[in-house]
Write a protein that binds this ligand. Sequence first.
Ligand SMILES: Cc1cc2nc3c(=O)[nH]c(=O)nc-3n(C[C@H](O)[C@H](O)[C@H](O)COP(=O)(O)OP(=O)(O)OC[C@H]3O[C@@H](n4cnc5c(N)ncnc54)[C@H](O)[C@@H]3O)c2cc1C
Length: 506
Amino acid sequence: MEGQAGRTVLLCNGALPRYAPPMHSHAPVVVPDSVIAELRTLVGAENVLSHGHELLVYECDAYTLEKHLPGVVVLPRTTEEVAAVVKLCARHELPIIPRGAGTSLSGTVLASTGGVMIALTRMNRILDLDVRNRRALVEAGVVNALVTQAAKPHGLFYAPDPSSQPACTIGGNVGTNSGGPHTLKNGVTTNHVLGCEVVLPDGEVVWLGTTPDGGEDVPGYDLRGAFIGSEGMFGIATRVLVRLVRAPQAFKTLLGIFESVDDASQTVSDIIGAGMVPGALEMMDQMITQAVEAAYHFGFPTDAGAVLIVELDGLAAGLEEQSTRVVEICRRNKSREVRVAKDDAERAEIWKCRKRAFGAIGRLSPNFLTQDGVVPRSKLPEIMRFIRATSERHGLRIPNVFHAGDGNIHPLILYDERDPAQVKRAVQAGEEILEKCVALGGSVTGEHGIGVEKADMMARQFTPDDLEAMKMLRRVFDPAQRCNPHKMFPGAKRCADFAPRKQIAA
Ligand SMILES: Cc1cc2nc3c(=O)[nH]c(=O)nc-3n(C[C@H](O)[C@H](O)[C@H](O)COP(=O)(O)OP(=O)(O)OC[C@H]3O[C@@H](n4cnc5c(N)ncnc54)[C@H](O)[C@@H]3O)c2cc1C
């Protein structure tokens, strides 16, 4: 049937098979009209989206290779509403897909089989800022950057700072155990979430970890730790208790300009090897530097092989000495120049450019695939050479901007989705790069999660026994496996298979 926008669409009208656990049928699920009506009663009609054009926004996340519409999107405002919606879905055996801002880069919020998407974006209040105990209680839909904004007047901040922080939510950060440029020194989400309130897949509400009125030590298994990074498969976080840390007294932000990525990579290893842990250690190669410069006009040298951003932070006393040592290390590795940000405004400008780097890619290509792998820092030169060779082998451009200090690479594979052969090569190039990461002793993800994108890659890193142990843990939280189905485990990809839109609810 031809849809309004001229695409071929399939109407969801009850003719499709009902969802039935165990999963992996990959057949689209119909959310009956009666359930949609009940959802409207539970959360208010204004918080339920079920028309085709409304659902389009939710057909994918920032991994745009695969698209699938949910049957309905619900936007609850309280934990009680989330629990009521989840119970209704449990009664009707419908899949549920927890969603924050949908900035995931690996298809972690793809509605692989349709179902009920529960988006937390209207649960966006900071409930308590406990300055004395340096923590904040927030609803899961609060945007990451707003926590730091609220804490800043008190000399505190929320440390995990994904580059998407003006948009992504704390609940989504919990789902993917997010990192960011400054997590090299400060640690990732799991190091800064003390506890969270969770609606389990059967609708029961529990607290995992520290409760808002509790101390930091909690006896028993660390279920909070198990939940963080579970990609929405263990339940829905509704409130999160986060740690706030004291803002550094001073910063020193340096730009090392290098002729080659190899020299910049060696500098990264040498800085850490010298016993220093900068707040951030980020790299941009030539292609991304050129795109960033064209977009934001900071003054980055567009003929350099690589630019290294080294940010030192802490007590003002001692920063100068560390900075001198960093400059020496850069020079030893043949840096062409080392610039120091002259004031806070210039520092902010550097970070604005770095954090918006993905946005500059629009100048280079209609589509890109952001890969996310990890290698031991000392292997950075080798993986960067491999990425260059992969780019040539597949005839695709691959710029790089990444958390070099963590060995966390982000090759951006440029392609044009109108050319199926290119799409295939882009996917293959991504897999080859991740395989190489594993071969070098690294991992198939640093911070973006597995989702549908890298589900098959899990088998390259983990044994069948490892995977079965993970599945067993999942079944403890969600015996029916209805919560964010078809993610993370091999075989998930089959349900979407780079198909364009498969269904649009009337
Ligand atoms: C330009 C750009 C830059 C990025 N930079 C970084 C970076 O530096 N570091 C980094 O780690 N990531 C980065 N990302 C990836 C992404 O922003 C993060 O993974 C982020 O944590 C996702 O948050 P979100 O609110 O968008 O969650 P979503 O994308 O909506 O969801 C992500 C996952 O969390 C689950 N989830 C969402 N809310 C909840 C909840 N309340 N309870 C349980 N599960 C939930 C979902 O089911 C899904 O599995 C970047 C993305 C973009 C587009």
